[in-house]
Design a protein around this ligand. Structure first.
Ligand SMILES: [Zn+2]
Length: 293
């Protein structure tokens, strides 16, 4: 037995004469007993008849343009108001700047213990610091950003949190066992020496740079994947991009003593590792969730 609501959904097809005979019969039987559905049918039949008399006239190009302009300007003004209100209120922006600067100072302090800044000129150091501050502030702004969290395609808060947390881990790793130290250890050990003969110093930095980005991103993305409802790969790519940008100044500051080739290999490794680690983490979490369901 169909409800009135379900019956009324059949009405347009019925009036257009496109309903299957059995369904049409069910509807007709219902109409004999139901006043509200009958009224609905009569109303729609009226509209249908009017539509049949509608002259098939193509609106002039001018009319179309006027309508298009009106709609576009209406949309634009609405978007502007919504954007200003939504992106970031002043108080949150202030917090993003303060937190971003705190993160930068912390990172610089950690890096000062790892790398010597002696070979770098003051403008280069200032430039790196400024770039780092800008990136950290951007990450914090993504975290604090209002609106669009529910039902939005991308959860920026998760991306910012995962990116910042991974950055913290990778700074800790740099403090305890930096890529440079690891490469040195490897050169001493027999299997490491064999590896070096195979891939060269550039290859070693590419490999370890990739591992140092991949491992923490994989773990953190997997941990935060729970909060992502859909599009794990997109979340992973955005998180990878954020982490890679944040880690650039750290690599650069550690590269002072190395050749350009080594530095570029390291950066390429970090890029590839980020690109693999974060999407894989989010994706694996989503897979594990859909299997337990
Ligand atoms: Zn009814």
């Amino acid at each position: 037995m169909l409800t009135c609501h379900e019956m009324q959904e059949l009405v347009p097809e019925y009036i257009a004469g496109r309903l299957a005979p059995t369904e049409a019969q069910v509807l007709r039987r219902h109409l004999q007993e139901c006043q509200s559905c009958t009224a609905e049918v009569e109303e729609l039949a009226q509209v249908w008849k009017l539509l049949g008399q509608w002259p098939e006239e193509v609106p002039s190009e001018q009319t179309v343009n006027v309508i298009r302009q009106t709609v576009l300007s209406d949309l634009a003004s609405r978007q502007n108001v919504a954007l200003a209100r939504e992106i970031l209120p002043a108080r949150k922006l202030m917090w993003a700047i303060v937190d971003g600067l705190v993160f930068t100072l912390g990172s610089v302090a950690v890096m000062a213990g790892v790398a010597s800044f002696e070979g770098l000129s003051a403008p280069v150091l200032l430039g790196s610091g400024a770039l780092w501050s800008a990136l950290y502030i951007l990450a914090c702004a993504l975290y604090f950003r209002l609106g669009g969290q529910n039902g939005a395609a991308v959860n920026l808060r998760v991306i910012a949190t995962a990116g910042l947390l991974t950055m913290g881990f990778s700074l800790l790793a740099a403090r305890t066992l930096s890529v440079g130290k690891l490469v040195q250890h490897c050169q001493i050990s027999p299997w490491g020496a064999a590896l070096f003969r195979c891939v060269g110093q550039e290859g070693a930095y590419l490999l370890f740079g990739a591992l140092y980005a991949l491992a923490p991103l994989l773990v953190v993305s997997f941990a935060f994947g729970e909060q992502v409802q859909r599009r794990p790969i997109l979340h992973g790519l955005l998180c990878a991009g954020l982490f890679f940008l944040l880690t650039l100044p750290a690599i650069y500051l550690q590269c002072g003593a190395f050749s350009l080739g080594v530095g570029l290999s390291w950066i390429a490794g970090a890029f590839l590792g980020s690109l693999a680690g974060a999407p894989l983490g989010f994706w694996l979490r989503m897979q594990s969730r859909s299997q337990t369901r």
